[in-house]
Write a protein that binds this ligand. Structure first.
Ligand code: ATP
Ligand code: MG
Length: 390
């Protein structure tokens, strides 16, 4: 490509002494996202990275890195010396190309300038005015200035060198993955938990996943579906490991010995207890779930309180206040929705009671739980763990 890409970041810039750590983490993640493309050069500058390549196209590079959390935008630009004559010549050429592409007899345009190079003889406002005038002189019959609703925008950054920006690609923002420690995500085959993975990664969490199955009540295909979901979130979350655990014996025991309406909440407490162990053994500092307030019986405030009580780790629920439709919209955007809606059973639906308790009381739940040998059941479930690396 002839252009240079300017990849910018946002929130990291507000960091104080820790900023180099976040910048380094972001740079590593960009490098990893580009690892399949040869011949790409990255140079770090304050607040941005410059990316060039003789062999790759702009779009190949943009597609590889646009989902890297932490980046706010990627601009496609051309780089020229910060000299007025050169700038005038180049913007006339670029505007000419844009005019041809738009193909209208009159075009409303805006030219904006950010000058940070204090040695340059004009300030931002004067430079914009002057260069806007240069374009009006070059294309007097076509261009009219309209700063409010422009059809064509030319942006300039006058630094040590000058960048003329031809287009901007908006990125996802957030914080770089691996900048906020590890979290263990309860991943089902449903719509919600892959979206929770996306949001956890968006705030810099390195995700590890735990999935519970209830074989033979749930099939192998249900497990494969979850592996497909992990693959689908890889562009956002990076490489992940998944612990796959059998809940079959636990669910059988609960079904046999405990009141029917507490089946779901007791199962969820066991999930939490096992997740708590796996998280602590693997240096995960929080548990993430795809729960959303009021979505189902176990996701009332009372239900969540009883679930939280099963672990001492913080349980973080990125979707807690989102509507199902909002979650679905994001699932579609990130490419997990169509995998999630494949109809395979989840262990939550095994032995599902007709009328699950919507306002479980902790005391009653603990009383029911005391009918089981929890320690032995958890120990046995821990023995079933299979590790899957994505
Ligand atoms: P989804 O399954 O898409 O998350 P859901 O509406 O099916 O949505 P529930 O089944 O109530 O939600 O589960 C709530 C949360 O519990 C899930 O988001 C997930 O974090 C966790 N969870 C449910 N089933 C499993 C499972 N089999 N393995 C691991 N975690 C699970
Ligand atoms: Mg589910």
């Amino acid at each position: 490509m002839n252009s240079i890409l300017i990849a910018k970041y946002g929130e990291i810039f507000l960091k104080g002494q820790n900023r180099p750590f976040f910048e380094r983490t972001l740079l590593n993640n960009i490098r990893r996202a580009l690892s399949d493309l040869d011949g790409v050069e990255i140079r770090k500058e304050v607040g941005r990275f410059y990316i060039t390549s003789e062999t790759q196209t702009e779009d190949d590079i943009i597609n590889a890195i646009k989902n890297v959390f932490g980046l706010t935008s990627i601009s496609v630009a051309c780089k020229i010396p910060s000299e007025m004559e050169e700038i005038e010549k180049k913007i006339i050429e670029i505007a000419g190309n844009m005019i041809n592409e738009i193909g209208k007899p009159t075009i409303k345009f805006k030219l904006e300038t950010k000058r940070t190079n204090k040695l340059f003889p004009m300030g931002s406002i004067d430079a914009s005015r002057h260069l806007g005038g240069v374009l009006l002189d070059a294309y007097p019959d076509t261009l009219v200035v309209d700063v409010h609703e422009p059809e064509m925008v030319i942006s300039l950054e006058i630094r040590d060198e000058t960048f003329i920006i031809e287009r901007n690609v908006k990125c996802l923002g957030g914080m770089p993955v691996s900048s906020a420690g590890k979290g263990l995500l309860l991943l089902s085959g449903g719509i919600d938990s892959p979206v929770a993975a996306y949001f956890a990664a968006k705030r810099g969490i390195d995700i590890e996943a735990i999935h519970f199955h209830s074989y033979p009540y749930t099939s192998d295909r249900a497990k494969e579906k979850v592996i497909d979901l992990l693959k689908a979130v890889k562009p956002y979350c990076g490489k992940t490991r998944m612990f796959v655990v059998s809940l079959t014996d636990i669910q059988r025991e609960i079904h046999e010995k405990c009141p029917e309406e507490l089946m779901t909440i007791l199962t969820r407490r066991f999930m939490m207890k096992i997740a708590d162990r796996v998280a602590k053994e693997n240096n995960c500092k929080a548990i993430f779930t795809g729960e959303s307030l009021g979505q189902v019986a176990s996701q009332t405030i009372e239900g969540l309180t009883v679930t939280n009580n099963a672990t001492t780790l913080p349980v973080l629920r990125p979707l807690i206040c989102m509507d199902k439709q909002e979650i679905i919209d994001i699932a579609m955007k990130i490419g997990t929705h169509d995998i999630s809606i494949q109809p395979f059973e989840d262990c939550c639906t095994v032995f599902q009671p007709k009328h699950p308790a919507t306002k479980p009381q902790l005391e009653k739940v603990l009383e029911a739980e005391s009918l089981l040998d929890c320690e032995a059941l958890i120990e046995k479930a821990m023995q079933t763990i299979e590790l899957h690396i994505n």
